[in-house]
Design a protein around this ligand. Structure first.
Ligand code: ZN
Length: 182
């Protein structure tokens, strides 16, 4: 995250960054969460910290208003793991996924950054992989109709599934089944 992004989150009181970084104000000696509603400090007086501990070790005191000392510590790793778990559990449900990711409390943009940092792939690449592996399994291990496979791995229809499958494997689902059916 760049300082500009963090500053933007501060100016917007963006609660989705709470726990992800803290800002401190040199003129007051106080550190806050991004969502703190106190008066916006002057940019040049502000510095940023990844954790509350770091802010404290630099001599800043927690803010009484946003209680930056009480915030549950949400390590980024934990958020990434929760997202991964969520994707593993519900990649088949096409529409609900983004909605459920939102419940983890960070913005979609922030979530994709966190996920990529942690796992080296984007959210959609990760989900795509899960869908591909499941589709391959169903094609080679079962007699399920291809249209049903498309729906069951989270596609809205046959053509989007075909396109996706062909792009990823170089084969159409039907050809893949012919070659790999057990
Ligand atoms: Zn505050």
């Amino acid at each position: 995250m760049t300082q500009e992004e963090m500053w933007k989150a501060v100016t917007e009181n963006d609660a989705s960054y709470d726990g992800i970084f803290f800002y401190a104000v040199k003129s007051t000696g106080i550190y806050c969460r991004p969502s703190c509603k106190s008066k916006l400090p002057i940019r040049k007086n502000v510095c940023f910290f990844d954790t509350a501990q770091q802010a404290r070790s630099e001599g800043f005191r927690p803010c009484k208003r946003c209680r930056s000392d009480l915030l549950d510590y949400q390590p980024i790793k934990e958020i990434a793991e929760k997202a991964k778990q969520l994707l593993d559990d519900s990649f088949r449900k096409r529409c609900k996924l983004n909605q459920e990711l939102r419940h983890l409390g960070v913005s979609q943009h922030r979530m994709s950054e966190i996920f990529k940092d942690e796992y080296g792939v984007t959210l959609s690449e990760y989900v795509g992989n899960l869908r591909l592996e499941e589709a391959k399994r169903l094609l080679s291990d079962t007699d399920t109709d291809i249209i049903d496979i498309a729906y069951s791995v989270g596609f809205g229809g046959l053509s989007s599934f075909y396109r996706f499958f062909k792009n990823s494997t170089g084969l159409s689902p039907a050809v893949y089944r012919k070659e790999y059916k057990k």
